[in-house]
Design a protein around this ligand. Structure first.
Ligand code: ATP
Length: 235
């Protein structure tokens, strides 16, 4: 029913010319729930995340959010409706300060809302406050991931999309990023995580899906998909 579903992909297809990157994918995210999408390189994870944000077009199927068909909505209108992304590779603005990076996620907000977002971020991550004027390019990969998450959170989204948040991070940075994701969960936001690194990702999720060459291999609770998910992780 629409009330217990925040996001629903209904037989989503993504194509790049002759490449059928995502094939009839159906998944659901409930309000406040964390769902993980596990797959190897090229499985189609980024294509799914980018299609939800509207950054790549759906070649078929439907994307429903809060009961509305958003399949053909612009990324900006999806963002206004409460969907935010931390993209693969994080893409912080290296020459902008940490604070300006965070604020770039909320340029449409009132000053009061932006100050509120900053206050929350600095309370959660005191080291961000201490270095708020430093260029984001001077941060480690793990710290940049947290800035990318903070940027996505500025407007208090209902659904946070994290595309390979652990990619290239050290074990310590993975733990720090996981802690940041837990704070997001405590705020009641729903999270969809795409990852190849199954082990840390499974720890954060309620339900998950294993994707291989664009199709779902298994869906279920984290316990149900665990063995297959770990076997897809070649890192
Ligand atoms: P990765 O870990 O490499 O990001 P992924 O699981 O996110 O992998 P996608 O990036 O979604 O996978 O790619 C799925 C398939 O689509 C792959 O075969 C990839 O080569 C292809 N693909 C992705 N983007 C494009 C593009 N812009 N043009 C053509 N093919 C693409």
């Amino acid at each position: 029913t629409p009330t217990d579903t925040l996001l629903e992909l209904d037989r989503l297809d993504v194509r790049y010319g002759g490449v059928h990157a995502v094939q009839e994918l159906s998944i659901r995210v409930r309000p406040g729930e964390t769902v993980v999408l596990i797959g190897a390189n090229g499985a189609g994870k980024s294509s799914v995340i980018n299609a939800i944000m509207g950054l790549v077009p759906a070649a078929g199927g439907q994307i429903r959010y809060l009961g509305q068909d958003i399949t053909r909505s612009s990324p900006a209108s999806r963002a206004r409706a409460g969907i935010r992304i931390s993209p693969e590779g994080r893409r912080v603005f290296a020459h902008l300060s940490i604070e300006d990076n965070i604020l770039s996620g909320g340029y449409t907000l009132s000053k009061a809302k932006r100050d509120e977002a900053l206050a929350w971020m600095y309370e959660a991550f005191p080291w961000l406050a201490a270095r708020r004027k430093a260029p984001a390019g001077t941060l480690s990969g793990g710290q940049q991931q947290i800035v990318a998450i903070a940027r996505a959170l500025t407007a208090s989204p209902k659904l946070l999309l994290l595309d390979e948040p652990f990619l290239g991070l050290s074990p310590v940075a993975i733990a720090d990023t996981s802690a940041a994701i837990r704070l997001v969960q405590e705020r009641g936001m729903a999270v969809l995580i795409s990852e190849q690194m199954a082990r840390p990702a499974l720890k954060l999720a309620d339900h998950g899906h294993v994707l291989r060459t664009g199709t779902l291999r298994r869906s279920g609770t984290v316990a149900e998909i665990r063995d297959l998910a770990l076997s897809e992780d070649y890192l």
